[in-house]
Design a protein around this ligand. Structure first.
Ligand code: GMT
Length: 387
């Protein structure tokens, strides 16, 4: 197949999922064209079968901001026609589905271009629910030829909020050969020189991630067990997290490593992953940690319970309950046998339910279904993904 993929290239789960999907599709013999504002961070190995097309939006003095949505639609249509794409797969509904809709319409009568939209989370739970975006989000989803969501939670949210029928659930996935436990490596010795326990957090440091809760949890744990907190990523709340660490007197043991191209390096040496999010439709870093045999302490919200089993692969606690989360972490770092058992259970879940090999074929089957059902002559946007 010849597939176009649009995603945000910035630090975010949807761009990572789109990049890993692209890489796997190419590995399986398909051609992929990434159409995005910049090259997604995890995609470095371009080739004839994995090409990147940059969207450049003209900034004219009359415009208050460049019109990315329109420039993207033009690029999607241009690449689809030139490269004879069989399908365009957009990640994150706003604004990518709308651009796809425009591209499909621009090509009407010349090149059939079915659109699949994958919903990732905040495109439904935060941005899409905002009054200023809700009608257009609903329209974009209804107008897509195929729609997938990355968890049952997100599928239900989509139905509840937009009054649309259930969408196909294709969960996120992990490369279990890349995300593995590594003992005794140089990075571990550098970050934990006297064998401290390593608590790791990975995110884009936006308010929904509650990174300050990570610092609060860590400060409570560090009172009892020699440990360090490794903060991987960057974003708006990084400064506030650093300030809180200083206030709590733990700044010396909180290490901000910034955005990292190889998250696996940090997860593979962690003792606990912290994911205290306010909302999370899946929690990709939790799954990646589980693949590395790392117990997860997270919040009991959104799709996280579909990934982390409370008491088995980690612990789930209420949003903001830093006391309970620090108790949960202490339970793990004080009991090596429990930590090993939880790590092994997490790895088993990753291997049995969420491997790349198990999930990518679900996308391919869905592409085929959508292409087969596509009616290039249809003028009205209809909810074609419902059977
Ligand atoms: O909002 C974010 O955290 C970023 C967002 C994205 O689109 O990049 O992440 C969402 O998609 C990830 C990949 O599917 C999921 O693992 C995250 O749970 C989801 N984030 C939220 O729901 C907050």
């Amino acid at each position: 197949m010849r597939i176009g993929i649009t995603c945000f290239a910035t630090y975010g789960g949807s761009g990572i999922v789109a990049s890993e999907l692209a890489r796997e599709l190419v590995r399986l013999g398909h051609s992929v064209h990434i159409i995005a504002r910049s090259l997604p961070t995890r995609l470095t190995e371009l080739s004839d079968d994995l090409q990147f097309h940059e969207v450049e939006a003209l900034n004219y003095p009359l415009f208050e901001a460049p019109h990315y949505t329109l420039a993207l639609a033009v690029k999607q249509a241009e690449i689809a026609a030139r490269e004879k794409l069989d399908l365009l797969h957009v990640h994150y509904a706003i604004p990518h589905s709308i651009s796809g809709y425009l591209a499909r319409d621009m090509l009407r009568g010349t090149h059939p271009l079915p659109i699949v939209t994958t919903l990732h989370g905040t495109d439904i739970t935060l941005v899409g629910r905002d009054r200023s975006y809700l009608p257009v989000t609903r329209f974009a989803i209804a107008a897509s030829d195929g729609v997938t969501a990355i968890s049952d939670f997100l599928s239900h949210e989509t139905c509840a909020q937009f009054g649309l029928p259930g969408v196909r659930v294709i969960p996120n996935f992990v490369d279990v050969d890349q995300y593995v436990r590594r003992e005794g490596c140089a990075l571990r010795w550098r970050l934990a020189p006297t064998d401290e326990k390593l608590l790791v957090h990975v995110s884009n440091f936006r308010p929904v991630k509650r990174v300050i809760d990570c610092v609060e949890i860590f400060a409570r744990v560090a009172r009892h067990v020699p440990s360090r907190l490794i903060m991987v990523g960057d974003g708006p709340d990084a400064g506030a997290a650093a300030a809180r660490a200083a206030e709590l007197g733990v700044a010396g043991d909180v290490v901000f490593v910034g955005k990292q191209p190889r998250i696996a390096d940090y997860l593979s040496i962690a003792d606990v992953l912290l994911a205290p999010s306010e909302t999370e439709s899946f929690g990709l870093s939790a799954l990646e940690a589980m693949s590395c045999e790392v117990p997860v302490v997270a919040t009991r919200i959104g799709g996280l319970p579909e990934v982390v089993e409370d008491g088995v692969t980690g612990y789930l606690r209420n949003v903001g309950d830093v006391e309970a989360m620090s108790e949960a972490v202490l339970g793990i770092v004080r009991d090596d046998a429990l930590a090993t058992r939880m790590g092994a259970a997490g790895r088993k879940v990753a291997v049995e339910r969420f491997t790349t090999k198990r999930i990518i074929p679900q996308y391919l089957d869905y592409y085929r279904e959508v292409i087969e059902a596509f009616d290039p002559g249809c003028q009205e946007p209809v909810i074609r993904y419902v059977r």
